[in-house]
Design a protein around this ligand. Structure first.
Ligand code: 15L
Length: 267
């Protein structure tokens, strides 16, 4: 059985991964917050990923790393810097030093959030982050690219939409990722024999998607869920709501509208 390190293991996304893939891997779970509900094939090792001297111990001896640790929404620069830039570098560099090749990056739709909703984008588009958080995810992807090209690491980037048992609102109808489809992508990231540097979108088979996710399909992804059965109820609940035009125009939604102060909206 492979040993897989999950960072940020106390968070929501990790909790779905643990439940969906229980029994298939030995999970080393790491977070700042303690996890006490350990399953049969789970261990917990506490670490603050912004401190390099705490990271060596969590990566040692694992077959793959699912890096979910860090700040998961927009925040003050110093918080993003410590958690998502310094923290990301520490985990990736410690993995390289320990000889761990396979590394799954939880990047985000917010790395490309300033693409318009009437555009369909694939894994080759240039970054258009919508927040300091989005910039940190672009940094993560770039750092992974460097470590793949320079050190031969195997980097699998999942640009996650929104993981939830059900889509939460109109925007999430396009970017929803069900827990079982998330688990399928994580499994591909751990198991696929031929990964050098890949970007896939972490979304289910949503009819309203604005992504061309052909790279994920090429690697074997066959999502089982579609947000469409939830659409009528969500759209009816939102009918008549006042919407911010910037949030509505761009894929990143309110991440684009927050602090927005440009004289003209970007293309
Ligand atoms: C993300 O990247 C966040 O981690 C998550 O909390 C949601 O805000 C999600 O994007 C989203 O766009 O809905």
């Amino acid at each position: 059985m492979k040993t897989v390190l999950i960072t940020g293991a106390a968070g929501d996304v990790a909790t779905h991964v643990r439940r969906e893939l229980a029994g298939l891997y030995h999970f080393r779970l790491s977070d700042l917050k303690p996890i006490t509900d350990l399953g049969a094939n789970e261990e917990f090792v506490r670490a603050d990923i912004s401190k390099m001297d705490e990271v060596g111990a969590i990566v040692r001896g694992v077959d793959a790393i699912v890096h979910l640790g860090g700040f998961s929404v927009e925040g003050p620069w110093d918080a993003i810097l410590q958690a998502n830039i310094v923290g990301f570098y520490n985990v990736l560099e410690a993995a390289r030093a320990a000889g761990v090749k396979r590394f799954l990056v939880a990047t985000s739709n917010h790395a490309v959030g300033f693409y318009r909703r009437d555009e369909t984008i694939d894994h080759r588009v240039y970054p258009k982050p919508d927040s300091r958080y989005g910039v940190s995810k672009v940094f993560n992807e770039a750092m992974g690219s460097l470590y793949a090209d320079k050190y031969g690491m195997e980097i699998f980037n999942i640009r996650i939409g929104n993981v939830n048992p059900r889509p939460l609102d109109k925007r999430r109808l396009a970017i929803w990722l069900s827990p079982r489809d998330l688990a399928q992508l994580v499994t591909i990231g751990i198991e696929h024999p031929d990964i050098r540097f890949e970007i896939v979108y972490g979304v289910s088979n949503n009819r309203r998607s604005w992504y061309d996710n052909s790279n994920a399909y090429r690697l074997g992804y066959r999502p089982q869920d579609d947000s469409e059965p939830y659409a009528a109820e969500i759209l009816a609940a939102e009918a008549g709501q006042q919407k911010d035009p910037i949030a509505e125009r761009y894929q990143g939604g309110t991440f684009c509208a927050d602090e927005y102060d440009a004289p003209t909206p970007p293309e």
